[in-house]
Design a protein around this ligand. Structure first.
Ligand SMILES: NC(=O)c1ccc[n+]([C@@H]2O[C@H](COP(=O)([O-])OP(=O)(O)OC[C@H]3O[C@@H](n4cnc5c(N)ncnc54)[C@H](OP(=O)(O)O)[C@@H]3O)[C@@H](O)[C@H]2O)c1
Length: 305
């Protein structure tokens, strides 16, 4: 089977399309035939050796995490409600393949009404946005949010979850995504190429920051005292948070199949819309990762398997 792998860490030229054996089925696992996988920044971070937790730390590494597919086989003797032929989605290290072994407890049933491409686009960004906006910030009517990077995977779900909970949403994004963000009901969109958000935004309850660095530094003044900045990348400047009188949160998403099922249900009901901008064949994974790393995807790229 085809697998998108790296044999040494580094840039786009390290990405190879290898022919490797289909993994052998094991008890407690499902062999999933991939139908679609999605690109996240973590995938090129693994390739570059910027972020390599267990499962993505030993060469050669198969890239990819988010997927949707069909259960081909279930490990004999497994205790599960899943059946062969079920349509599923979720996360597994090394999803950029034709077949992957996935622990049964990590699988989520794909709603019939959404496509494999749509389902594959959800796990990493959807769970991150859900846990940040719903669990951490506890979005509700009357709250005001500033959400950076709103055209990206995380930001595009985050704006929709906050709106769904009745909060007011101000978003920063590039012009390629204005139409999408207006369609999903964002109250104010700020073009980060042309405008200084800190001159336009004040008194928000929550900032969601998937960019860090300079964006974090410029965000403190937009918050109310007692507000919250949720930091997704790099370091949180604790002393700046104290000075601004706000709560700084170092956020880390935790994979959770119940949250994922709930998000998929919202997508199936049309309450939330993934921001898919490109669908490419799996063979073009190298280019897809490169586009995302160069900040030129302007939304989610899905790869068809
Ligand atoms: N801590 C965690 O648990 C966790 C989980 C998931 C992701 N993350 C991290 O969160 C970050 C975002 O992930 P993602 O999946 O949303 O990435 P993504 O889909 O690549 O989106 C990033 C977006 O950032 C936008 N952007 C770039 N510079 C900007 C600026 N100065 N102001 C406003 N927007 C700007 C780009 O918008 P345009 O296209 O409009 O130019 C791009 O679409 C990544 O670094 C990822 O590693 C952390």
């Amino acid at each position: 089977m085809k697998a998108i792998r790296v044999h040494s860490f580094g840039g786009p030229d390290k990405v190879a399309i290898d022919d490797i054996p289909i993994p052998k089925i094991e008890k407690g696992k499902a062999l999933v035939r991939m139908r679609a996988v999605a690109v996240n920044p973590v995938d090129w971070m693994v390739r570059e050796r910027i972020y390599n937790p267990a499962g993505a730390d030993k060469l050669p590494i198969t890239l990819g995490q988010d997927f949707a597919g069909i259960i081909e086989k279930i490990g004999p003797g497994s205790d599960t409600r899943f059946r062969e032929g079920d349509e599923v989605f979720g996360e597994v290290w090394g999803s950029f393949v034709e077949y992957a072994l996935v622990p049964l407890e990590d699988l989520v049933r794909k709603p019939r009404s959404i496509s494999f491409q749509t389902a594959a686009s959800v796990p990493m960004p959807g769970l991150t946005a859900w846990q940040a906006i719903i669990d951490t910030a506890q979005a509700r009517p009357g709250m005001r949010f500033l959400i950076h990077g709103a055209s990206g995977g995380v930001g595009s779900f985050a704006v929709q979850f906050a709106r769904w909970k009745g909060a007011e949403v101000i978003a920063t994004a590039g012009p390629e995504s204005f139409e999408f963000l207006n369609d999903v009901g964002v109250d104010q969109v700020i073009d980060y190429h042309r405008e200084r958000f800190e001159q336009l935004v004040h008194d928000v309850d929550v900032v969601l920051d998937p960019l860090g660095g300079e964006v974090q530094a410029r965000s403190w003044s937009t918050l109310k005292r007692g507000g919250m900045l949720i930091n997704l990348v790099g370091e949180l400047n604790e002393s700046a948070a104290r000075k601004a009188g706000v709560h700084g949160v170092e956020f880390g998403m935790e994979y959770d199949t119940e949250d994922l099922a709930e998000i998929a249900d919202l997508v199936a009901r049309g309450a939330v819309k993934p921001h898919i901008v490109k669908v490419l064949p799996l063979d073009q994974a190298r280019w897809a990762l490169d586009l995302n790393q160069r900040n030129q995807s302007h939304g989610k790229i899905v790869l068809e398997v």
